[in-house]
Design a protein around this ligand. Structure first.
Ligand code: PFF
Length: 445
């Protein structure tokens, strides 16, 4: 390990980096369509409740464990579990590392699609319409070009370190992301049809909220959206000074992430209704289309039908998506890199190269076996990996760490009753809530 650890220089740098990790593809295509299909404003309401009840506490816990130990995720968990079995904590940390590679294996592919769509309008502008067309069509060759490119882009930032890489780039990219989103919303809401979409998105239909599946999807969405369960937030937490108020940081990150998810709904749902007005099919079996069908089929056709301005809108939209993806891949890549640097004493350059090569191999395995593996890996990560690790973090903070309720002990010593309440909430309520949801997911499969 280096003599002194590279760390975030400022609170705001940390918040932008952690919010950058949280705000990603999950917010923009996951949240809005789930909301539209599950009772509009009512889903937004359930999502908020789940975020507050378990999302925020899990985020706090992950950041807190990293912050107290000032180490990468594997060593932090090994140390936190030392009263019980460090080896067990270490294995759990390594399981998180595996999750980071699996998550990156599909996230890099999708991020590559975003980038190729962002470049297409630029080629149209300079008259290379054939190239633009090629960039918009999904193909094996396109994946072979853009997936490695996105891995390289992420690696180039990560190898520069925490302050010069992650913090500097997040501080540059995140404000740009906010501006692009505001411009897009402002434009779309003026188009015919947008108002109807806005109504569908915001009007609560509480009948739909009673479906237990809805609560489960809201929780899954909240976990993925807040980047919980991989160790990224743990590593970021470890790059802040030990005495920092983690509660306030976690709250700021949750607020920003939730706000952007909500704002993305103001963009995506009205856009779908604008597309419908222009004759496109946006419903499949009575449900609004979501996921890749929405992003890579409806939106490009819509942008094309808008004439010249559509090219600019497309460029803005896909640049926005690429930025959101990039700040997320940065945090996931940092998890194994921090481990290799601190635990295996590899220079940062080498660690980044090694991780990038492993991610490349994993992503290419998915590209070559797309139909069998792509969806399966996504399901594994979202349904099992993230909730299992989230549950484990709660068990660590409430039960395993120093074989007791370590936060409550702190609270007792510091005579802070509110903290004590919070500690007991994390110790008892959160693991039970999470287990219930997890069990219903397994039963529903
Ligand atoms: N929060 C990211 C999104 O919403 O797209 C995804 C993610 C990033 C999940 C980092 C987990 C993680 F560690």
């Amino acid at each position: 390990m280096g003599l002194t650890r590279d760390t975030f220089q400022s609170r705001i740098g940390f918040i932008l980096a952690a919010a950058g990790s949280a705000i990603g593809l999950g917010n923009i295509w996951g949240f809005p369509t789930q909301a539209a299909n599950n009772g509009g404003g009512a889903f937004v309401f359930v999502y908020l409740i789940m975020t507050l009840l378990v999302g925020l506490p899990a985020l706090y816990t992950e950041m807190y464990i990293g912050n107290r130990h000032q180490k990468n995720s594997v060593e932090s968990l090994a140390e936190a579990c030392s009263g019980f079995s460090s080896q067990f904590g270490r294995w759990a940390g390594l399981f998180g590392l595996l999750g980071s590679i699996l998550l990156l294996s599909f996230y890099m592919i999708v991020a590559g699609w975003m980038l190729s769509h962002a470049l297409a309008p630029l080629f149209t502008f300079i008259g290379m319409t054939d190239t633009a067309h090629w960039l918009l069509q999904s193909s094996f060759e396109r994946d072979l070009l853009f997936t490695p490119f996105f891995i390289l882009l992420t690696g180039l930032i990560i190898r520069q370190g925490v302050q010069k890489g992650i913090e500097r780039w997040s501080s540059r990219l995140m404000p740009l992301l906010f501006i692009l989103l505001i411009c897009l919303i402002a434009y779309i809401l003026q188009q015919p049809g947008a108002e109807e979409g806005l109504k569908v998105y915001l009007t609560p239909n509480f009948d739909k909220v009673q479906d237990p599946k809805l609560i489960i999807s809201a929780m899954g969405q909240a976990f993925f959206s807040l980047s919980i369960g991989i160790g990224g937030m743990m590593v970021y937490g470890s790059y802040m000074p030990k005495d920092i108020n983690i509660g306030r940081l976690a709250l700021s990150v949750t607020a920003l992430d939730t706000f952007i998810a909500f704002a993305a709904g103001l963009l995506i749902i009205p856009t779908l209704y604008v597309a419908q007005q222009l004759g496109q099919q946006v419903f499949v079996n009575g449900e609004l289309m979501g996921g890749p069908g929405l992003i890579f089929s409806i939106l490009p056709t819509l942008f094309e039908s808008m004439g010249d301005i559509g090219q600019y809108v497309a460029l803005t939209f896909f640049a926005f998506m690429s930025l959101a993806a990039l700040t997320s891949t940065m945090s996931i890549t940092e998890v194994p890199v921090a481990f290799l640097v601190e635990d295996k004493n590899l220079p940062r350059n080498q660690a980044t190269t090694l991780v990038s090569l492993v991610v490349l191999a994993a992503s290419l395995t998915l590209v070559f076996n797309f139909d069998t593996l792509f969806g399966a890996v996504i399901t594994w990560v979202n349904t099992f990996q993230l909730p299992i690790m989230g549950l484990f973090y709660f068990l660590v903070i409430g039960w395993i760490w120093k074989r007791g309720n370590q936060l409550a002990d702190h609270a007792y010593v510091d005579a802070k009753p509110a903290l004590r309440l919070w500690a007991n909430y994390l110790r008892y309520v959160c693991p039970i809530l999470l287990s219930l949801v997890f069990i219903s997911v397994v039963l529903a499969l």
